[in-house]
Design a protein around this ligand. Structure first.
Ligand code: ARG
Length: 585
């Protein structure tokens, strides 16, 4: 709901009280967007719902409300339609004033949150010594977008990378490397990440097949947790190696994160178990310490426990999440903690959150949100893989998006007979290629699976990044063509709305505020994508219908200002998605 809607709602509520008395204080006027633009912009449906209580015809109720309604500075005279809807149409002068008010505002009329708070976004979070996969790519892109929006709204956002850098896999890997590549455990850069991933696979095979190996690996974990120097050193090298690889991806994506991996919480794990014990929730089950969960059962239909300490004394993923949760509430003072992972982990989050709630670790003013997302699929509708069936390396995936963009661009330049520098081509390919991957991900409702298609995401038409960036380029083209500095149209220049396409564009421009607060609540970036897509569309319709440079003053300046405001809105909207714009492409 934007400021205009809030104001109308308030005035309607006041009119309701004025018409029917104080008993009707707090009654929701049921203000919604008009079902059809021909009826105006909004409709209030409250008259229908009060008919029984008031013992009156809804149309009569509607007239009584309208009689007391003072919105002459915002809307045309209200109309009562059908069984008793109150139709409201915004005045053109009101829209003009709104646009004129936001045109010089760098926030484009989007207010900061009334109650800014500490928010943690836990995202990306790949695992050390393993390849970062498309699931982590989704988490990185979606998490970054959410963090950007919260930051823009003025919250104090902590972007945390909860990397998997602790646990049994290190015992396994270090034991194996001691055998096959001891240098890797003492010398930096002895392995590249590809080797590491292969060694990891081999180590896992050994671990599963060889009982002695298993035992040595377990001891190695104990040594690691106890801080044995050589093991710790080896572990650090492995982490460093992976970290470098992850950073390449973050740089390509222009995503900032603070690493605070699982190992960070090592010293807090035992307290989790002790405190669960004290609160009487802990149960011993076949040697393991666990908490029984409500609403979860195993395959046999028996109650399911959440294990927090294994029979060998080791802790697991859930224990770490419990420890990190406490840390984030107590030390970081977070008021909302948002976890961005694939929906395959939905149970994990529901389970440890339930345990934390049972243990009374979550104050009333703290909100925990799991933001799940679907799978990335190949053309065949199965999990996205390379042709040979391997998982796709993210670096390869991003490189391919860039190189395909470059090929498309070079073909287009040739067709248009344009000469551009190497630098220009590189920049366009980088920006458009990476943006295309991001946008393809963000524009889907995150809860569904989507098919990864370079052809689709790189298309210059449709709901794609290239199309959005192109819309921006078009606005900048107007300023170049007319040799006009958008920043210098004159402080008293005014937007004047005459044509339908101008009005439609204007109304859309004024909805940014509403969309952003929606995304802040629902954490669904695709809504912002839809908004931007519709904006490009409405801009194109305006541009096709309304001459800009060729029209007479004061319309010419007004339209230039609409172009400028559209450009600024596109730029801001795309920036919140983590997408850069280009002046030319
Ligand atoms: N490392 C995990 C994985 O790759 C994701 C961690 C998500 N964050 C969390 N607090 N559990 O699946």
């Amino acid at each position: 709901m934007n400021a205009t809607q809030e104001q109308l709602k308030l005035k309607l509520a006041q009119a309701l009280v004025a018409a029917f008395g104080a008993d009707y204080t707090g009654v929701d006027p049921i203000l919604v967007s008009a079902s059809n633009p021909k009826f105006g912009d909004f409709q209030a449906n409250v008259a229908l719902s009060l008919s029984k209580k008031l013992g009156m015809q809804p149309r009569a109720i509607a007239s009584a409300i309208v009689e007391k309604l003072d919105i002459s500075d915002i809307c045309e005279p209200p109309e009562i339609a059908g069984p008793g809807f109150i139709n409201l149409k915004l005045q053109t002068s009101y829209l003009e004033a709104q646009l004129n008010a936001i045109k010089a505002d760098p926030r484009l009329g989007v207010p900061k949150a009334k109650n800014p708070q500490k928010e943690i976004v836990d995202f990306s979070s790949p695992n050390i010594a393993k390849e970062m996969h498309v699931g982590h790519l989704r988490s990185t892109i979606i998490g970054d977008c959410i963090a950007r929006i919260l930051e823009f709204r003025g919250h104090d956002v902590l972007r945390l990378n909860h990397v998997g850098d602790w646990g049994t896999q290190f015992g396994m890997l270090i034991t194996y490397l001691r055998e096959v590549s001891p240098a890797a455990l003492t010398t930096a850069d002895a392995l590249d990440i590809g080797d590491l991933v292969n060694f990891y696979r081999q180590a896992k095979q050994r671990f599963d097949a060889d009982a002695d190996f298993q035992e040595t690996a377990r001891q190695e974990v104990v040594r690691l947790q106890a801080g044995a120097e050589d093991t710790l050193h080896a572990w650090k090298l492995l982490c460093e190696q992976s970290r470098k690889e992850f950073q390449i991806i973050y740089d390509l994506l222009n995503v900032k994160l603070i690493e605070r991996g699982e190992s960070f919480y090592n010293s807090f794990l035992s307290a989790v178990v002790e405190d669960l014990e004290t609160s009487g929730l802990l149960v011993e089950n076949q040697g393991a310490k666990c908490v029984f969960l409500d609403g979860f059962t195993n395959r046999e239909g028996e109650p399911l426990p959440l294990i927090v300490q294994k029979s060998d004394g080791g802790y697991n993923y859930a224990t770490t999440d419990l420890a990190s949760l406490r840390y984030r509430i107590q030390k970081d003072q977070a008021k909302r903690i948002i976890y961005v992972t694939d929906s395959g982990q939905t149970n994990h989050f529901a389970q440890f959150m339930q345990v934390a709630k049972k243990a009374n670790w979550i104050p009333d003013d703290v909100e925990l949100v799991h933001v799940p997302f679907g799978l990335v699929l190949g053309d065949d509708g199965k999990k996205f893989k390379t042709r040979s069936g391997d998982t796709v390396r993210l670096r390869d995936l991003l490189d391919e998006a860039v190189s395909r963009t470059r090929a498309d661009l070079e073909a287009r330049l040739k067709e248009e007979g344009r000469e551009e520098t190497e630098e220009f081509i590189n920049n366009v390919a980088d920006v458009v290629g990476i943006s295309a991957v991001k946008y393809a991900d963000l524009s889907q409702n995150r809860t569904s699976n989507y098919v990864f298609s370079y052809d689709k995401m790189l298309a210059l038409k449709g709901n794609t990044a290239p199309y959005m960036i192109y819309a921006y380029v078009r606005t900048q083209g107007i300023s170049r063509e007319g040799n006009i500095d958008f920043g210098n149209l004159g402080a008293d220049a005014k937007i004047i709305l005459r044509e339908d396409t101008e009005l439609t564009l204007a109304k859309h421009l004024l909805q940014l505020d509403e969309v952003i607060s929606e995304v802040e609540q629902d954490l669904l970036p695709n809504r912002l994508c839809d908004y931007i897509y519709n904006l490009s569309d409405k801009f194109n319709k305006f541009y096709e219908n309304c001459p800009v440079l060729k029209s007479e003053e004061p319309i010419r300046t007004s339209r230039l200002m609409l172009c400028d405001l559209t450009a600024k809105t596109l730029k801001l909207g795309l920036d919140l998605l983590g997408i850069k714009v280009l002046e030319r492409m």
